[in-house]
Design a protein around this ligand. Structure first.
Ligand code: HEM
Length: 496
């Protein structure tokens, strides 16, 4: 949120000098190597901002670094909410708003760095055009609608400009307060278990003066760090890339980090296409650039509802889960990170091949295999980690903490002194909180499923539910044992 404020402030400054125009001009500014070169007014005004406006380059770099940090924070925040189950009732709506914010900021970043009309960003727009064209039936209409003619045309930069500075920021300005302030006021923040929090009590400090003072300080820290980054670390030096020319591209071209996963998705896809009824379907573009992001974002948006369906958990949760206590969710999250991470790394396949002196197609094949196997492995490994950590918790509760003090017994043996956990240390492990999943069907008897699990979909649900409830954190953390016993007691005696 602090980065967004920084983006707004610096963005307003940039609008004073940036010209969203594709009109061709001959550059005559103070950057020598490009003097006399034909370019769009957009590109020329970005050079003017960078070299002739006092503080202009710093503002451009703060705007760009703040975007990079903004999206990084959004992803970290999303992961925190995922792994702790913060998206559960009553916060599903806030989760959905968060996913929309994530997509909008990503798209606005792409549109923002496309404005200067330099060689790198123009290549990005060319990819966008290709993706639009690949859409079945509506592709060419969508492309003509956005670009207003053949690529690149004169209209794209002014159009992106309006969307970039007005439309998307306007929607963000409405959604961010709704997301951050109104909903958290209405619903309170989630809390980690222990430390005296419970599902019915809120612990924290008053909004004024404590929160206001803290948030003011955080804002200044973020601004300070962003300004330092912008002052010392170059970002998007468009004058080195040159003006956009559809016939040219330099090697090692990389988008901003948050677009890297889509770039990678395109790079690793085999060149498949099918032709049917006189139409060509370029699967090599549709799958990586439409299906893959569709799966990721739809999956993210639907996850709270899918999880609720599988866990049968309709309770209100104000206390967070510790990731280890819900191994299935943690495993799915780890698989998601690897899925995204492999795509992201594949976006740099040429740089990796060059740096490590290996053939480019080795990297492509490595990423193809990693894309399929990586998430499965990540799920299994994260699941095992959770079980190990749960065991550690149980050992701590049973035996206490090792103190490093060795005591010699009367008969000459040595043993380590262990100290029981204090109440505060034990609280997060033993806290009463609603279970993360409850059994939805009675267990099978003699291979016969309970009546509520006989239909095909119900069988899938019961199987997922068994997986989810199998290894939930033990102890009074609520592994659904009580509910399972209840259901078992109610089960008719099918053996007779
Ligand atoms: C979520 C919101 C926003 C994001 C993520 C974002 C991101 C970006 C990025 C990455 C660039 C490229 C900067 C560069 O040249 O290296 C850019 C350019 C620009 N942005 Fe934004 N921006 C946002 C909102 C705004 C707003 C609200 C304004 C104005 C009120 C604005 C005005 C501009 C202008 C004028 C440029 C072109 C300047 C130039 O690149 O020379 N932006 N934006």
């Amino acid at each position: 949120m602090y980065s967004f404020v920084i983006i707004l402030l610096t963005g307003v400054f940039l609008t004073l000098f940036f010209r969203p125009s594709m009109t061709e001009v001959v550059y005559g500014g103070s950057y020598g190597p490009l003097r006399g070169v034909r370019m769009s007014e957009a590109y020329a005004s970005t050079l003017h901002l960078s070299f002739d406006v006092r503080g202009g380059l710093l503002m451009r770099q703060i705007h760009h670094w703040a975007t990079v940090i903004f999206l990084g924070s959004i992803v970290v925040h999303l992961l925190r909410n995922f792994f702790t189950g913060a998206f559960r009732k009553p916060r599903e709506l806030n989760w959905l708003i968060g996913i929309v914010l994530f997509m909008l900021v990503m798209v606005n970043g792409l549109f923002g760095y496309s404005l200067p009309d330099d060689l790198l960003s123009g290549t990005g727009l060319r990819i966008l055009e290709g993706v639009l064209l690949s859409l079945p039936l509506v592709g060419s209409y969508a492309q003509m609608f956005l670009f207003g003619g053949e690529f690149p045309g004169e209209l794209i930069v002014p159009r992106l400009y309006v969307i970039h500075i007005l439309l998307i920021p306007g929607i963000l300005l409405a959604l961010i307060p709704l997301h951050a302030v109104v909903l958290t006021w209405r619903q309170t923040h989630t809390q980690f278990p222990g430390k005296g929090s419970s599902n019915t009590t809120v612990r924290g400090y008053p909004f004024f003066p404590v929160f206001v003072a803290k948030t003011g300080a955080f804002f200044l820290w973020v601004f300070g760090v962003t300004a330092l980054l912008a002052a010392f670390f170059q970002i998007n030096p468009v004058w080195l890339f040159g003006p956009y020319d559809p016939g040219a591209i330099s090697s090692g071209s990389q988008p901003d980090w948050y677009m890297g996963w889509l770039e990678g998705s395109l790079r690793m896809m085999p060149a498949w296409e099918v032709t049917a009824f006189g139409h060509t379907l370029p699967l090599s573009v549709i799958i990586p650039a439409v299906v893959v992001p569709g799966v990721l974002f739809t999956g993210l948006a639907a996850y709270p509802f899918l999880e609720r369906w599988a866990t049968g958990d309709r309770a209100i949760h104000h206390l967070l889960d510790r990731p280890r206590d819900v191994p299935v969710r943690t495993g799915i999250g780890a698989a998601g990170i690897v899925f995204y991470g492999v795509l992201w790394l594949a976006g740099g396949n040429d740089v990796i091949a060059h740096r490590f002196s290996i053939p480019l197609f080795w990297t492509t094949w490595f990423f193809r295999v990693a894309f399929l196997l990586g998430p499965v492995l990540a799920y299994a490994i994260a699941y095992r980690f959770c079980l190990g950590l749960q065991q550690r918790d149980r050992a701590l509760l049973e035996h206490g903490v090792e103190t490093g003090v060795i005591r010699r017994s009367l008969d000459g043996g040595y043993s380590e002194v262990e100290r029981p956990l204090t109440a505060a240390e034990a609280a997060p492990l033993t806290d009463e909180r609603p279970p993360a999943a409850v059994p939805v069907a009675r267990p099978e008897r003699l291979g016969v499923p309970a009546p509520e699990a006989r239909r095909r979909l119900a069988r899938v649900r019961a199987a997922l539910n068994r997986r989810f409830t199998a290894d939930l954190g033990h102890g009074p953390n609520g592994n659904g044992d009580a509910r399972r016993r209840e259901l078992e007691a109610a089960a008719p005696d099918q053996e007779g």
